[in-house]
Design a protein around this ligand. Structure first.
Ligand SMILES: [Zn+2]
Length: 72
């Protein structure tokens, strides 16, 4: 989340000016180091890895089996 040191407050990416400066004091807003896990600043387009799909499939299959098991 963008952080202004002058105002000592956080801003939502939408409230920051388009040039990346603080709407209150005009100072350049510090962007956090590393990766932003809410992904607002830089959208990460990573395709779903196959093992994740396999895992989801296994979970769904397992839950479906458990669900059917309730009625047998
Ligand atoms: Zn500010």
């Amino acid at each position: 989340m963008p952080w202004c040191e002058e105002c000592a407050k956080y801003f939502t990416p939408n409230s920051v000016k388009t040039d990346g400066s603080c709407p209150t004091c005009g100072d350049t807003i510090q962007l956090p180091d590393g990766h932003d896990h809410d992904g607002d600043s830089e959208p990460v387009d990573e395709s779903t890895p196959w093992h994740f799909k396999l895992m989801v499939f296994m979970v769904v299959a397992y839950l479906g089996w458990r669900f059917l098991d309730l009625f047998v």
